[in-house]
Design a protein around this ligand. Structure first.
Ligand code: ADP
Ligand code: MG
Length: 697
């Protein structure tokens, strides 16, 4: 059986070594199994023929039957395009060819019935099909198949006639092989509970469905299976971890109580209290904590972090906090130092720019336990940095760090692994969090400190810049400060730089009476820090910057955020940037500057930002727009490699799959009951195959 699936595709009739090579390099299809897992991204219903008057904007693929009434070459030479006016008696549309125009001109005939297939474009109140498939119409009886699979392909494959049609034929051949057997991997209980079709039927119908319903059933089953095994593995890992690794028991709360009663200047929100309790419960459980703390920007994670550090220190352990950039580390250090000083707790900062001599002293104080709190960048990960008794590691802004780095912190205490708290301000929809962080317990701060005024968000066209400048002036006159942020243009660092510099110049010219700071990616760490400090001290009133200020920067007096070329930012980033204001008592504003024409997606992003400040709501829209692969935080996770499930759409299936996996593990942790052996077997097969699954850890 395994041998069959590992057979090289060149042994499939009609493929051969040459074609196999191309499929390998273009689509990473090497074996029968790879071919089977090359899923169609849609099916074309060849039974349905639309009429032109039925067309609507935003329709997917359609099939039309009609005649060409007129052919016209427009333009000349390389830029020539062919327009065919196509009519079916209910209306007419244009068929357009930009490539191979003269070839089509020679071959297309008027007064002949054609079948054309494509995705209708709607522009200037007219429909057109660009580069449609076109073939002579043959009456229905002679057509084969109903739902034809359409496969991902590449330009090179298409050119060599090895595109979707060729792949479809190969897969059809594969499904007809006498050895084609796919073993079941769900048990009887699940199959009956959800009335799933067998795995073998699911694969067959996913490629060549016998009906629309069969296709639906195939997808439903395979999505469940994919999500179920991910959850099973993550939950199993989570349980193992808890069993295997004991944790520090931090019972004493004297220090925390002392700080809380004597030094805390505000009342904690209920969400903060709840989260501190959850973390404290973990810290007294005797097991190592691995917890994710999600909280929107400004929800007060730093205070929670500090209170938890106090618990560790109270129990003769040390604590550290790792941030992704020097600016952030520096800022955390300032904030935490203010608190720590009140209790005479020692604290220091370690970053890439820490001088060698200071480092040596610091290392010593960490080893002998005189230094209680260490704040820093990934410099902390270095093996040289050792502690007397590390008890709690906090990582801020998880999405910049990978799982492997998280593990590095474990080794800061080999006697007893430290508790780990990962904090993120990137709100992640529940479905995604369950998959991304299935191995972490999750706490959420879902409440902002009271008394915050909601940030007023508006968008303005570039043409209204003078009015925006006028508004900035009014706010600065009131004593506030302003951020002006420019996008990083990934393809061109030069262009980003130019944009920021141009912005800086025009602002300096428009506001000669004020001081303007600038921070961008080409500045060194110290230079950046210097400018940040000037802004923080209100020595400058306007900060022109690229997205380096995105995370964590805290200047409560800055109450206006202008985002230039806002359409170039993703939603998560816009939300992060907006979170830089609204930190003080004053009314804050965020102005999104755009050009007048926006893409549909760009419009939706801007509208969403103007409609809500709720990070979770924004994250849901982001997930819907971009899919999980592009969302912040998913890059290193393997979730991008889901074969069939879609985290943006399959939340319900995911929840079912997770519940099922949980139930099974609760009853039979090691999967040894006869009914569950099948899971154990399949998990180990997966582990062997270096596949998507093994990358999720
Ligand atoms: P984030 O969750 O984005 O890291 P911070 O920890 O930076 O948020 O907190 C943002 C601001 O809110 C800080 O100035 C902090 O002192 C303040 N803050 C935190 N908790 C409260 C609270 N319960 N009440 C009032 N202000 C708070
Ligand atoms: Mg923060």
């Amino acid at each position: 059986m395994t041998n069959f699936w590992n057979t090289k595709i060149e042994f499939l009739k009609g493929i051969g070594t040459q074609k196999a090579d191309i499929l390998g390099t273009e689509l990473q299809i090497f074996t029968f199994k790879d071919l089977l897992y090359h899923f169609p991204f849609r099916h074309e219903d060849r039974t349905k023929i639309y009429t032109i008057n039925e067309l609507e904007p935003d329709m997917p693929f359609v099939q039309l039957k009609g005649k060409i009434t007129q052919l016209e070459m427009i333009g000349s030479d390389k830029k020539a395009r062919l327009v065919a006016y196509f009519s079916d008696g209910t209306g007419y549309i244009e068929l357009l060819w930009f490539q191979g125009a003269s070839y089509q001109l020679k071959n297309l005939k008027s007064d002949t019935e054609y079948l054309v297939l494509g995705v209708p474009q709607f522009f200037n109140n007219k429909f057109s099909l660009v580069h449609p498939e076109i073939e002579l119409f043959v009456s229905k009886e002679t057509q084969t198949g109903f739902l034809q699979p359409v496969y991902p392909s590449t330009e090179k494959l298409n050119r060599k006639f090895l595109g979707t049609k060729f792949i479809a034929k190969c897969i059809q051949l594969l499904l007809e092989q006498p050895n084609f057997v796919i073993p079941e991997n769900l048990n009887h209980e699940i199959l009956t509970k959800y009335r799933f079709i067998s795995r073998q039927d699911a694969f067959k119908n996913l490629h060549y469905p016998i009906s629309a319903n069969a296709l639906h059933q195939a997808k439903r089953r395979l999505k469940f299976e994919e999500l179920f095994y991910i959850q099973l593995q993550l939950l199993k890992q989570n349980r193992n971890q808890k069993q295997i690794f004991s944790g520090h028991i931090f019972n004493s709360l004297k220090l925390l109580t002392n700080f809380y009663e004597k030094h805390l200047l505000f009342e904690l929100t209920n969400a903060q209290k709840r989260v501190v309790k959850e973390i404290h419960t973990d810290m007294t459980s005797g097991k190592q904590m691995n917890r994710l703390l999600q909280g929107d920007v400004g929800s007060g994670k730093t205070m929670v972090a500090f209170l938890c550090m106090l618990i560790a220190i109270d129990n003769n352990a040390q604590a550290c906090m790792v941030a992704p950039t020097e600016i952030l580390a520096e800022q955390h250090y300032q904030t935490l130092k203010e608190y720590a000083d009140k209790l005479n707790i020692t604290i220091d900062l370690l970053t890439g720019s820490t001088k060698q001599r200071n480092r040596r002293i610091m290392h010593e104080r960490l080893i002998n336990g005189n230094l209680k709190i260490l704040v820093g960048t990934h410099a902390i990960f270095e093996d040289k940095v050792q502690f007397e008794n590390m008890g709690l590691c906090i990582i801020d802004e998880q999405h910049r760090f990978g799982v492997a780095q998280r593990k590095k912190l474990w080794e800061k205490n080999t006697q007893l692994y430290p508790h780990i708290l990962v904090m993120t301000a990137t709100p992640i929809p529940r479905t995604l969090a369950m998959t991304l962080y299935g191995d972490l317990d999750v706490s959420v701060i879902d409440e902002l400190p009271s008394g915050r005024k909601a940030i007023v968000t508006a968008y303005r066209y570039d043409a209204h810049r003078l009015r925006v400048f006028g508004f900035m002036k009014e706010e600065i006159e009131k004593g506030r400060q302003v951020y002006m942020v420019y996008p990083l243009i990934e393809e061109s660092e030069k262009l980003s730089y130019k944009n920021v510099m141009d912005g800086f110049e025009s602002v300096s010219r428009a506001f000669p009476e004020y001081h303007v700071s600038i921070v961008h990616g080409q500045m060194g760490g110290q230079e950046k820090e210097y400018e940040m400090q000037r802004f923080k001290k209100n020595e400058t009133q306007i900060m022109v910057a690229t997205t380096v200020i995105e995370v964590g920067v805290n200047v409560p007096n800055a109450s206006v955020m202008i985002i230039e070329n806002a359409e170039k930012f993703g939603l998560a980033q816009l939300h992060q940037l907006r979170g830089r204001v609204g930190r003080g008592a004053e009314q804050s504003y965020c102005i999104l500057m755009t050009k007048p024409e926006l893409s549909k997606e760009g419009r939706k992003r801007i509208d969403t930002m103007c409609r809500t400040t709720n990070g979770f709501e924004i994250a849901e829209v982001d997930l819907e727009l971009r899919g999980p692969g592009d969302m912040a935080g998913t890059q290193q996770s393997g979730v991008v490699n889901l074969m069939i499930a879609d985290l943006a759409k399959d939340g319900i299936i995911l929840q079912e799959a997770r519940n099922m996996a949980q139930q099974i593990l609760e009853k039979d942790e090691n999967l040894v009951l006869p009914d569950n052996k099948i899971f154990q077997v399949f998990l180990s097969i997966q582990k062997e195959n270096e596949s998507v699954w093994s990358r999720i850890s």
